[in-house]
Every structure is written in C-alpha cells, then in structure tokens.
Design a protein around this ligand. Structure first.
Ligand SMILES: CC(C)(COP(=O)(O)OP(=O)(O)OC[C@H]1O[C@@H](n2cnc3c(N)ncnc32)[C@H](O)[C@@H]1OP(=O)(O)O)[C@@H](O)C(=O)NCCC(=O)NCCS
Length: 158
C-alpha cells in the first residue's frame, strides 16, 4: 500500500462523507460478480448507516484516498464459546475496482487482525464464495483456512 496516498481509518458514522463512501463501496461490491450481481435497493442504502450506528459490536475500517472512501472492511464482534473469548467476523471486505491490486485489501485485513488482537479475540472469521479465487488467495496468504472438513454457511431468509 502506498502510504503517501492511502490511509486506513476507523469509520465515523457521524461523518456524512464516511457514510456515503461506505454505502458506495458496499453497493459496488453487491453489484459485482462476487456480491449478488445487483445493486443495493434505495431502501437499504438509506437505512445502512443509521441502522449500523445502532449496532455496538461493529468494527469498521475504511481506506481513504485523499478524503474519498475507496475500500471498507465491515466486521462484527461475536463470541467463541469453544474459546470463551470474543471472535471477530469480517462481514464485508471490498475495494473499489480502480484501486484494486495495490495492497489495500491486504492492508485492510491486517488492520482488522490487529484490532482483533487488541480486543483479545480468539480468531477472525469470514465467509468466502467457493468461486472467489482471488479473495481466497488473499485470505490463505494471511493464514486463513476453511478448516477440515470445510464448514458451510447456511441461511434461512426471514
Ligand atoms: C478481494 C478484494 C477486497 C482484494 O482487494 P485488493 O486491494 O485488490 O487486494 P490486494 O491488492 O491487497 O491483493 C491481494 C492479493 O490478491 C491478488 N490479486 C490482487 N489483484 C490481482 C489481480 N488483478 N490479478 C490477480 N491477482 C490479484 C494477489 O494475490 C494479491 O496478493 P499479493 O499481495 O501477494 O500480490 C477486491 O478484489 C474486491 O473488493 N473484490 C470484490 C469484493 C470481494 O470479492 N470481496 C471479498 C468477499 S469474500
């Protein structure tokens, strides 16, 4: 990461530029092939930051290029009963296409891992699509693995 142009900061959800930039990054991710292939609805975009503000377990890091948000990691603190310690889940990791391949995704994850260490977490978890080879390569290079046997991520929509 070129530290002269980019910096990683904690998201301030009271800052309108951070909120708008975070929504833009997540919308881009959702629209792409490794999201859902369609943008976030206008309702979700409007509700995202106000509702995130109500979630005390959130940990959000942004990559700023100047004052523009060009990447984000949205994480939530959970708890591992098997370790009796907190555990951090990376819910979203995304970098805007024009800024990819410069080490920003790696820098975001390293910042998240460092924050998790500071919170005495037993580990950092994340979900990754089976067809997202690029993200899997990044995660493997930072010590993540799917476990043996691999665990599936299931959801029951409500
Ligand atoms: C996954 C993502 C966050 C990576 O961000 P990034 O800033 O481009 O990642 P980095 O520049 O830190 O590169 C990380 C690794 O990815 C690989 N990589 C990056 N760009 C690449 C490219 N154009 N071609 C091939 N490999 C590439 C490299 O292996 C790199 O490792 P290296 O540092 O040893 O070279 C970004 O591609 C993205 O936002 N993708 C869409 C959303 C997504 O899939 N998120 C993950 C959901 S689980």
């Amino acid at each position: 990461m070129d530290a002269t142009h980019y910096r990683i900061v904690e998201a301030d959800l009271d800052d309108e530029r951070h909120c708008a930039g975070l929504v833009h990054c997540l919308d881009d991710y959702a629209s792409g092939p490794f999201g859902r292939g369609e943008p976030l609805s206008a309702e979700v975009r409007a509700a995202l930051c106000p509702n995130l503000r109500q979630v005390p377990s959130r940990l959000i890091r942004l990559v700023l290029h100047g004052e523009s948000v060009v990447g984000a990691a949205v994480c939530f603190l959970g708890f591992s009963t098997f370790a009796a310690r907190p555990r951090l889940n990376v819910h979203d990791l995304c970098v805007l296409p024009a800024h990819r391949g410069k080490g920003l995704g790696r820098a975001l994850l390293l910042a998240v891992i460092s924050a998790a260490r500071g919170l005495h977490c037993s580990g950092v978890t994340l979900e990754v699509r089976a067809d997202n080879q690029l993200a899997q390569g990044l995660y493997r290079s930072l010590g993540f693995n799917g476990g043996e046997p691999a665990t599936w991520f299931w959801e029951r929509k409500l």
